[in-house]
Design a protein around this ligand. Sequence first.
Ligand code: ZN
Length: 489
Amino acid sequence: MKVFIACLGTETNTFVPFPTGRRNFEENGVFHGDVTKRTPNLFSAPMHVWRRRAEERGWTVVESLFAFAQPAGVTVRSVYEGYRDEILADLKKALPVDIVLLSMHGAMVADGYDDCEGDLIGQVRAIAGPKAIIGGELDLHCHLTTAMITQANALVTFKEYPHIDTAERAEELFTVCADAAEGKTQPVMAVYDCRMVGMYRTPVEPMKSFVNRMKALEGKDGILSVSLGHGFPWGDVAEVGTQSLVIADGDAGKAQALARQLGEELFAMRDTTLVKYWEAADAVATADRATAGKPVVLADVADNAGGGSPSDSTFVLEALLARGFKGALIGLVWDPVAFQIAEEAGEGATLDMRIGGKCGPISGRPVDLRVTVKKLAHDCQQSFGPTKNSTGDLAWLQADGIDIVVNTKRTQIFHPDAFAPLGLDPTRYRLIVVKSTQHFYAGFAPLASEVLYVTTRGGIEPDFANIRHTKRTIPYWPRVADPFTGQNA
Ligand SMILES: [Zn+2]
């Protein structure tokens, strides 16, 4: 057997103004056939798993491109086409292949391509031929499109948000595809459109039990894999939204029935999946009154780089300054210019500095502060599950009782160890502000007395009813109270 593996992806927020270009990919490392010789990160981890599993069986592995970009706006057309064509050229050289395994995001949009993954899978199919088994692992924040479903043999999405299970899902996809290639099974996929646009946090109920039920259904009664494509709400594409996905062994009716059952189950509990969002000033006031002796963690969800936002908005910083809050830590604020000035001034220097607010109205206004450069650190990393992920260079700036960590590589914060290179101990603060929607949760919740989700005017509109979708024609909740009958409450 010959297995061909590659990764190409990003999560495209079509509502933010700055494009995803080659540099966004290169910052995460672009590798041409050797990413499995490096330390695994979130989206290369599957390729490591697939290589190991194939080599354990004595199969041949052909490794192609790894290219994954930090989310931003629509991908530059030539950048997408260049990476795609590199994978296709490698595939042609590798023919014949039995299995193609692709690590993708599932919500990548490029100029001229609303469905990059559907395009990629379709072109892979055309080259690999009808008998090749094509499998894809997707972030659960994907658009499960008709083009993807009809041209792949098996798609598996992460089950957990935060995404702590990328390696497990890679194992799952490998098993499904290897069994199919060996003729043991005949995977057939079915999806059910839940007619919902939302975010579903899986460490908490009711989603926790829902994920457990999904897992319990797998591996028996002819069900090979169960996924829930949560969808990525900030992609203006026709097939945006939440879909359940089931892979059954040879029985399309069974797959369809279970996808529908799970989709209806999720729809029935839609109201319980909603998160309470705070106004920044209210959340800061609540944190100021807290007496638990442990930090309050405030999630600045609208400025999550992982969802395509700039990670330099100042709305929460302004709320802290307005209240005169003392004992807060904010990170990571993407501001390479501030870092450069801090580095030039040197550790211990006190100077006036303009922070954040660089990417338009979604960033808010830049904030002018007199800061002390407490410490600098270079080439830093943070943990996400078992993987290590670059945060670039860091500067710890202190002003008016607030510690601000600016960095040079736009990324959301995943874990408290992001602050370690600066010698900062997050547990000593009264309040920690994280620019992240949910991935921070696994790392920060254990040290928090309370987690507050805050809404600001950033690049990620948290009220799903207000996102300005123009391409989806089928009604969805919560814009419509009951999208199946079309009735509004
Ligand atoms: Zn995701």
